[in-house]
Structures are given as structure tokens and as C-alpha cells.
Design a protein around this ligand. Structure first.
Ligand code: SF4
Length: 390
């Protein structure tokens, strides 16, 4: 059942979405949470998840993103970043059910890449991504019109980060662009600049800027930031014409929290510490760090680090905690003093996983994520271009 979005008293016009009830059509996910959610206090939840998974056997494939809670990760058949997980699901066509413990755009990508008979489930449809929500289809269409008005649309190749809705991937696919991950952003940009003189980079300004400046030799002045909440992106046509890199004004609410202050502070507190951060962090943080790379790079770096070394890691806290536990011989700590989980990832918890698995065991598919055929085809084109990158 869907109940209307409520507006908190005293804040007219500001809709407040309560967990589990309501719809959020303005966001990339369109929230609706049907089903009987078991209480989080149920002491039998682990047993119930185990029993439902055993009953389903090979018919279900559970994907666990690196940022998920331990209580969920313990039931994952594989763990990884969003693109790796979507590809692994596609490589398991014998599993008709794919349960994606991650966020909405990840489940969409899995639906696009898996076979038609595979059904992808997101245990809580409220698990969106604030970064993906920062670029809606209508906003990106408007931006493209601004590029056309400035007379430069023909020179621009759109590139979108994996962390974007299927609508945005399809937009990019329709206009000859490509998807990228944090591991292959430079290769995607090299490809794009071989086809046009400018790139529109969606939706993470930090990954775009960090890659352009630190890996491709661009200057900060080569980049402009398009703000979708201002007319013409807040940019005069001349600025759009002069720019080589047009960055969408989006960011990750988790990685965007790390500051230069966090880096300075940890260096003062922990002599000899290595600062290792994700490229979704702000430019000044990445510049001040010792190493920067994707989630998979962070995991590999810590696996290979010598015993006794110290590491301050700037990425999501669930992952940093698991890495610290996995490497008791190394001093692994969170880069920031404040606790910072990805709150939307954390919406997938054990009760929601039990809800999904038990429904599937009864033959009911709840919270299915399905991308329409036209959107899927164009998004797939942009994903395929990424897969074909040299
Ligand atoms: S960590 Fe950031 S980019 Fe990843 S799902 Fe959460 S908000 Fe989105």
C-alpha cells in the first residue's frame, strides 16, 4: 500500500519521506515499500534468512556491495563494486532471482546487464543514492539545450559515472557517450576526447575533476561546474565555450565529507600514516592524500601493505571497519573523526533481506527493479562502449 508523502509541520512545501511509506517520484528511485517487514528485534532473523536462502538454493544469487552492513554481507554469494556485481549476475543466468544488496542504480544496471528471464530485487526500494539523485533526466535534457544554445553540443561527448540512474545512462547512450567507473574514468575520458573537444561529466564533479586534473594534465581552469539549479547552469555561454570539461554539480554525500582538515589531523595524530582515499573525495583531499583509487584498489592496497603500517582510509565506514578487522597486523583507521556510513546503503538491513528472500521462496517477487526496454537498450549501448574501451 502506498500512502501520501507527508509534509512536516512548519515546513510547507518540503516533503518528508518516511521510511517504508510514501512515494518519491522526484528522485531517481520512486520509493514504494510494500511487504510485511519483520521487526529488527526478531532474534530469529539470521535463521530465517539462512532457511529462505537454503530453500531457494541456486535459484537465487545474492550480491553484496562493499558498503553493506556485516549482517547483510554474511549472506552475499559475492561482494564487489556495483559494476563487478552486475557483471557477475549476468554471468549466472541459471539464477532466475538476483537480490542486489546495494542501491537503486546498481540494481538497474544489473537488470540491464542480466538476461530477460532474470529478475532483480532490491530489498528496500528506499535505498537510493544521493549522488545519482543529483542528476535527473529533465535537468540533463535542459543542460543539453544550454549546450545547443551555446553552439557547442556537437563538440561535447557525454560521460556518466556508473553511479547514475538508468535514465541518465540512456541519455548518454543516445548521444554517443560512455559510462565509466572509478577504475576506468581516465580511459573513458581518453576515448571521449578522441571523439569531441569537450566532455559533459555526470553526475560526480569530484571524480571528473580529479581524473581530468590529476591524470590527464588539465588545469582547474579547463573545468567549469554546471549547476542544474541555476539558469544556464549558472554559466555564461562564453564559459561553456571555453571549457574542456563541463562538470555536473553532483557529489557523494559520504566521500564529500572528508576534508583537508581530516587529512592534516590524522597526519598529526598518527606519525607515518598513509592516507588512502577514493576519487569521489574533494580535489584538495585527493591532492593531500598519498594514494587514490577505487574501492577495489583500496582493498588490494591494504591486502598488500606490509604488517605494522598505518592507513587512514577515506571511504565508506562499513568497508573500512571490515578492512580493519581483516588486517589486525596493520593499523587501519577511518580518515574522518566523525562516523559516516552511507545512509541509503544502510537501508538494506537484515529484516529487508529476510522480507525479500522469504517472498522469493514463496514464489513472489517483491521490490523488483525493471528498466523499460527503450531506456535499457540505450543505457546498454553506453555500458557496452565502456566494456569495449581500449
Ligand atoms: S556511497 Fe555515495 S555514491 Fe555510493 S551509494 Fe552512497 S551516496 Fe551514492
Amino acid at each position: 500500500m502506498t500512502t501520501p508523502v507527508r509534509t512536516p509541520a512548519g515546513l510547507p512545501g518540503l516533503p518528508l519521506l518516511f521510511l517504508g511509506d510514501g512515494a518519491d517520484p522526484a528522485s531517481e528511485r520512486g520509493v514504494d515499500c510494500p511487504g510485511e517487514l519483520p521487526p529488527a528485534s526478531d532474534p530469529g532473523l539470521v535463521e530465517r534468512a539462512r532457511a529462505a536462502k537454503a530453500a531457494l538454493g541456486d535459484r537465487v544469487f545474492v550480491l553484496g556491495h562493499h558498503y553493506q552492513r556485516d549482517e547483510v554481507i554474511q549472506f552475499a554469494d559475492v561482494t564487489g563494486d556495483s559494476f563487478k556485481l552486475a557483471r557477475l549476475a549476468a554471468a549466472r543466468p541459471e539464477a532466475p532471482y538476483v537480490v542486489f544488496c546495494g542501491v537503486h542504480f546498481m540494481a538497474e544496471s544489473a537488470d540491464i546487464l542480466t538476461a530477460d528471464h532474470q529478475q532483480v530485487v532490491l530489498p528496500d526500494l528506499a535505498a537510493g543514492c544521493s549522488m545519482a539523485d543529483m542528476a535527473t533526466f529533465e535537468q540533463v535534457e535542459e543542460c543539453w539545450e544550454a549546450l545547443e544554445d551555446a553552439g557547442i553540443a556537437d563538440e561535447v561527448v557525454p560521460v556518466t559515472y556508473m553511479n547514475s540512474s538508468a535514465d541518465i545512462k540512456a541519455f548518454v547512450g543516445r548521444r554517443g557517450g560512455v559510462v565509466c567507473t572509478s577504475s576506468n574514468a581516465k580511459r573513458a575520458l581518453d576515448w571521449a576526447y578522441s571523439r569531441g573537444s569537450k566532455v559533459l561529466f555526470l553526475p560526480d564533479q569530484h571524480l571528473g575533476r580529479n581524473t581530468a586534473v590529476l591524470e590527464m594534465g588539465f588545469s582547474l581552469d579547463d573545468c567549469v561546474v554546471y549547476n542544474p539549479h541555476r539558469p544556464n547552469g549558472g554559466l555564461p555561454d562564453a564559459a561553456l565555450r571555453d571549457a574542456r570539461m563541463i562538470l555536473w554539480r553532483g557529489h557523494c554525500s559520504v566521500h564529500g565529507r572528508f576534508s583537508l582538515e581530516s587529512v592534516r589531523d590524522v597526519r598529526e595524530r598518527v606519525p607515518g600514516v598513509n592516507v588512502l582515499v577514493h576519487p569521489e573525495c574533494r580535489h584538495e583531499v585527493v591532492r593531500a592524500a598519498d594514494l587514490v583509487g577505487s574501492t577495489e584498489f583500496i582493498i588490494k592496497t591494504l591486502d598488500e601493505a606490509p604488517a605494522g603500517t598505518s592507513w587512514a582510509v577515506g571511504t565508506e565506514l562499513n568497508l573500512v571497519r571490515r578492512l580493519a578487522n581483516a588486517h589486525p597486523d596493520k593499523n587501519v583507521m577511518f580518515l574522518d573523526k566523525a562516523v559516516c556510513f552511507c545512509s541509503t546503503m544502510n537501508r538494506i538491513d537484515l529484516p529487508h533481506l529476510v522480507l525479500s528472500l522469504e517472498a522469493l521462496a514463496r514464489g513472489e517477487v517483491e521490490n523488483r527493479i525493471q528498466v523499460g526496454p527503450d531506456t535499457a537498450a540505450h543505457a546498454r549501448a553506453a555500458l557496452d562502449r565502456m566494456l569495449a574501451l581500449p
